[in-house]
Design a protein around this ligand. Structure first.
Ligand SMILES: O=C(O)CCC(=O)C(=O)O
Length: 259
């Protein structure tokens, strides 16, 4: 028997992260994988680890993906019924030279008040130590947020990291996921990932969900979408969902409902 929902929530409360296997079906994961290739082709100037939410506001498949009811059902366990998207980012580490994500705390980067937010990390590929899976230091969600420092000596996705004396790397654990699985993590948890030196791509989609009571303090913010429940008056402006334009956008199952 699988782990029950309450056990996952208890694991999150204790360790700052939790794992959900087999969340999305193989068909949708294959569409997400094709989407990454499509985005990378259209944006040759960007590293595939950096396909970020600036590309998302006009992309119906991306909005369809992060609106999936199975993902929102998980987010609801942490945030309650009124859910918006704050940000999303594909970190697709190519084979052989995929960049690391140095140790950091997400909340240190984010213009949110209060810092009530969860990340769902969707495995688009199988994600293992060999291809640079995510790593977390369990229990560090209780640590206050620290300033991240610029770091460019070795190429890395965020070009920054936290002070190494704050990171007890010995205690880090690997988050191993099969494609279609999801991990959830807290905005204060210390986490990162190693380079991908294997022959296999490692792609994950980060999805940052907020309750509609959380204010995005940086404006304008182009990719806030109300996804479930009610907005709170005066808190955030939400964008309309993008429309699918044949020949311009990536075609996907159900795209006719997005015209
Ligand atoms: O995908 C990775 O390797 C790191 C992800 C990450 O840092 C995040 O989701 O905040």
């Amino acid at each position: 028997m699988g782990i029950s929902v309450s056990e996952q929530r208890a694991t999150f409360d204790r360790d700052g992260y939790a794992i959900y296997e087999d969340v999305l079906d193989a068909g949708l994961v294959a569409e997400a994988s094709a989407h990454v290739d499509w985005l990378a082709k259209r944006n040759p100037g960007l590293r595939p680890e950096n396909l970020g939410h600036q590309l998302m506001a006009e992309d119906p498949f991306w909005v369809r993906l992060i609106s999936d009811e199975r993902l929102l059902d998980i987010a609801e366990q942490y945030l309650g019924p009124n859910i918006a998207l704050f940000a999303s980012h594909y970190i697709s580490k190519p084979p052989e030279d995929g960049q690391p994500v140095l140790w950091h705390q997400d909340g240190s980067y984010w213009p949110l008040e209060p810092m009530e937010v969860v990340t769902l990390w969707l495995a688009v590929d199988d994600s293992q130590p060999e291809n640079g899976c995510m790593r977390v230091v369990p229990g560090t969600q209780g640590m206050e947020l620290h300033e991240m420092k610029a770091s460019t000596d070795t190429p890395n996705v965020l070009s920054s990291q936290m002070d190494s004396e704050l990171v007890d790397e010995e205690r880090a654990v690997d988050i191993v996921l099969k494609a279609g699985g999801v991990s959830v993590h807290h905005p204060n948890i210390v986490h990162g990932s190693n380079p991908n030196t294997s022959g296999k791509r490692r792609c994950g989609l980060t999805i940052r969900y907020i309750p509609t009571t959380t204010r995005i303090t940086k404006q304008p913010w182009e990719c806030a979408f109300l996804l479930r429940g009610e907005a709170v008056e005066g808190v955030n402006e939400y964008s309309p969902r993008p429309r699918y334009v044949k020949g311009e956008d990536l075609a996907f199952r159900g795209c006719e409902a997005w015209v």
